[in-house]
Design a protein around this ligand. Structure first.
Ligand SMILES: [Zn+2]
Length: 353
């Protein structure tokens, strides 16, 4: 029998190991914080044509929002999320904060952050309580034809049909646009429409050919300027010969969303958010993608470069044994455990010295 694929990220005081899945595990680690709540509303569905989707959309969006929230240092407030149906055959999904909020002026340039992030951090609601803070657009054709709604969106172990896209992954992605990945830079020329930028634009550079994000936290994790998607710059990664093909698997990549695949928030995504001013808790180590390769259990660790850590395993969450010591050499590293298959249950934790 295969062991329960449980992984848990912990810090020095390795508290709270979750149960059974990465979703529970990560939520458990920071489960104590966050008075922030989320509300969901639907628009552009006056006839109620898509009402049968409301419960699934709501559960998956709330799970995605909750998953983000565990990394944020947030206020006692409610973030109102509007789900807008777009009735055409080409729209897939979109996400944005409905307004932006003035932060500072640097050398004559006014800098604005996504107001959803402002409200998250301070509770201040720039556009008033009756207006949503963040909007997710869903193309109705995409909704009906492509999306699959996880019945257990915090657990994330149910089988995704091979021809469907994981809606939970889509919502994690679109919410990230609402927190930080947005702005006004021209996506092919690198110019600006006026004397204003977003907190994301502020760290974006165009070298005449390619776009890069040069925020200090993101560069530290990636090991240098982070390639942004040419023509779609509020995303990471490009197809070769442009730089950043290694980022195509990232949640915030601007190239492809693979069917039947779960995307997880990466440490790089969090670093870009932090550089763009989203108020974060301590930089976490992320464990994700529990999977089997030729009958060997493996998972991914995402964390800054050059960090020493120890991976422990346990069969009972009481007694822990060292699996391996490592120093990270990539933003995401795979860890495998050939002995896992012989064990009924297996839990993992990361210990940072
Ligand atoms: Zn996007």
């Amino acid at each position: 029998m295969k062991p329960a694929a449980a992984v848990a990220a912990t810090t020095r005081r390795y508290a709270a190991i979750g149960l059974l899945t990465i979703g529970y595990a990560l939520l458990a680690v920071n489960g104590a914080q966050a008075a922030t709540t989320f509300s969901i509303s639907f628009s552009n569905d006056d006839s109620g044509q898509f009402a049968s989707y409301y419960p699934s959309i709501t559960s998956n969006v709330l799970a995605a929002a909750q998953t983000w929230l565990q990394y944020f240092s947030s206020a006692n407030t409610t973030i109102a999320i509007e789900i807008e149906f777009v009735d055409d055959t080409t729209t897939r999904s979109g996400g944005e904060s409905l307004t932006s909020y003035f932060v500072t002026n640097i050398n004559g340039i006014n800098i604005f952050e996504q107001a959803a992030a402002t409200k998250l951090r301070t509770g201040f609601d720039q556009n008033g309580d009756s207006t949503p803070d963040l909007k997710i657009q869903l193309g109705t054709n995409y909704l009906v034809q492509a999306l699959w709604f996880d019945p257990h969106p915090l657990v994330r172990v149910d089988l995704i049909p091979s021809d469907k896209t994981d809606a939970m992954s889509i919502f994690l992605h679109e919410l990230c646009h609402g927190w930080a990945f947005n702005g006004w830079i021209n996506q092919t020329t690198g110019t600006f429409p006026g004397d204003y930028m977003s907190t994301f634009d502020q760290w974006t550079r165009f070298d005449g050919t390619n776009f890069f994000f040069v925020g200090p936290g993101a560069e530290a994790i990636y090991g240098g300027p982070v390639p942004l998607t040419y023509g779609n710059v509020f995303h990471v990664g490009n197809t070769s010969p442009r730089p950043g093909s290694d980022l195509i698997p990232d949640l915030m990549n601007g190239i492809v969303f693979t069917n039947a695949w779960r995307y997880y928030i990466s440490s790089l995504d969090l670093a870009l958010c932090a550089d763009a001013g989203v108020s974060m808790t301590n930089p976490p180590v992320l464990l994700s993608h529990p999977h089997w390769v030729n009958a060997i259990f493996a998972f991914d660790i995402a964390c800054p470069f050059g960090r020493a850590m120890r991976i422990d395993f346990s069969t009972n969450l009481v007694n822990w044994t060292v699996l391996t010591d490592l120093v990270t050499t990539n933003a995401t590293m795979a860890v495998s455990d050939p002995a896992a298959a012989s064990s009924k249950n297996r839990f993992y934790r990361v210990v940072l010295p």
